[in-house]
Design a protein around this ligand. Structure first.
Ligand SMILES: Cc1cc2nc3c(=O)[nH]c(=O)nc-3n(C[C@H](O)[C@H](O)[C@H](O)COP(=O)(O)OP(=O)(O)OC[C@H]3O[C@@H](n4cnc5c(N)ncnc54)[C@H](O)[C@@H]3O)c2cc1C
Length: 375
């Protein structure tokens, strides 16, 4: 078996893996990165709502909201080239069923000052269903561009960077002070490992008999829609089983998602278990495959999402283009306050193993702090 030796091996080629790689390379380390897909950003980092969050999406979790607003301008400045800025973005409180009142939302908006541009209800929103709306600055990300920015940073350290694409970490063991990672054709040896596998973090930890995060999983669908009327509009009804329409970068299409219908299957077990896994021997609680390219992915809930949107949007003209599927991971207690922290832990049992369980895209700055402190 061919052996590759690195100071640090990163498992996972999403945003958090590539960002970690760029920082560790900057610090002079020799880095190997293993990604089971044929390309980077094929899972959650390439398949998400693409929202650069202002924080106001999470009115019940002050910590999450505060962290997101804190990172908003920093991220927008650093990744300006990957941002789509020219659309109007509204957060609305429905008349019924929200866990947040207009007053609570307004208070949060005031605390975060400059983000609330105005409070009004544009005429394309159904007045009968809406208590109030707030126009709030948020941006949409061109996710491919974000990936390319990170890859170009990594490229300048190509003498110390090895990418193992299209091959997964099958097993990982600690032997003395080293980690041994078995891939399909190679064995990698490293003194430190960074686990950035998002919905698979517990699978890697399980392999090492390490402590698992208390999480749950959602197999999610985002419907990609074409709309002329709402092309340049983001609309999100908070805070409950409502919907959100948001431009997908500057692609000209939008994603439609719904707290009620976007999670098609949920799994409360420590490793993901979904009913569709029985159709594939390679997708199990040991190895999670890509739902977006899977023939056994669930049927689309687009019609239900569209019906829901049409209750709130006057003359809703959304046409279905296709669907994007990805598995989201949340902390078990996320339902209580809707918090979305990023958790970064260094194992006590397996010294040198670091796990980054990301919450939101702009949380990459927590990774920077961690790497500056620990490496
Ligand atoms: C439906 C949805 C909508 C979202 N919307 C937003 C949003 O609008 N704004 C926001 O800020 N955040 C959003 N998020 C969260 C955000 O997408 C994630 O926090 C972030 O993209 C995760 O990045 P990552 O690098 O940690 O994970 P990923 O991008 O999932 O990368 C992990 C990688 O690990 C690889 N991998 C797994 N196991 C192995 C193995 N054994 N060997 C090798 N490789 C392996 C996977 O193939 C994958 O590429 C959303 C998430 C989802 C699912």
């Amino acid at each position: 078996m061919i052996k590759g030796q690195h100071d640090i091996v990163i498992i996972g080629g999403g945003l958090f893996g590539l960002y970690s790689a760029s920082l560790l390379l900057e610090k002079g380390y020799n880095v190997g990165l293993v990604e089971m897909e044929q390309d980077y950003f094929k899972r959650a980092s390439g398949i998400n709502q693409a929202r650069l969050h202002s924080g106001l999406h999470y009115p019940r979790s002050f910590d999450t909201a505060q962290k997101l607003i804190g990172n908003f301008e920093r991220f927008a400045t650093e990744f300006d080239a990957a941002l789509h800025r020219s659309f109007d973005n509204y957060y609305c409180i429905p008349n019924e069923g929200s866990k947040t009142t207009v007053e609570n939302f307004e208070q949060l908006g005031k605390r975060f000052g400059n983000l609330v541009v105005e409070s009004n209800i544009p005429n394309y929103l159904n007045l009968d269903k809406t208590s109030n709306c707030f126009k709030i600055t948020e941006y949409s990300l061109n996710l491919n561009e974000l990936k390319n920015i990170l890859l170009s940073r990594i490229e300048s350290y190509s003498d110390r960077f090895t990418s193992y694409l299209g091959t997964d970490v099958k097993t990982i063991r600690k032997v003395g002070d080293e980690f041994r990672l078995e891939l399909a054709e190679e064995e990698l040896i490293a003194s430190q490992v960074v686990n950035t596998t998002y919905s698979s973090v517990n699978l890697i930890l399980n392999n090492l008999n390490d402590m698992l995060y208390r999480v749950k999983y959602e197999l999610c669908e985002l419907a990609v829609v074409i709309t002329e009327k709402f092309k340049n509009v983001g609309v999100t009804y908070v805070d409950g089983p409502f919907f959100s329409l948001f431009p997908l970068g500057d692609s000209g299409v939008s994603t439609l998602s719904s707290v009620k219908y976007t999670p098609i299957h949920t799994s409360d077990t420590s490793v993901p278990e979904f009913p569709c896994q029985k159709f594939r021997s390679d997708c199990s609680s040991n190895s999670l495959q890509n739902c977006n390219t899977c023939s056994y992915r669930p049927d689309s809930q687009w019609l239900k999402m569209s019906d829901q949107a049409s209750e709130y949007l006057n003359d809703w003209d959304g046409r279905y283009e296709n669907s994007l599927f990805a598995v989201k991971i949340k902390l078990q207690h996320a339902d209580e306050d809707d918090a979305r922290p990023t958790l970064i832990t260094s194992s006590l049992q397996n010294k040198g193993l670091h796990t980054i369980l990301s919450g939101k895209i702009s949380d990459i700055y927590e990774v920077k702090e961690f790497i500056d402190r620990s490496f």
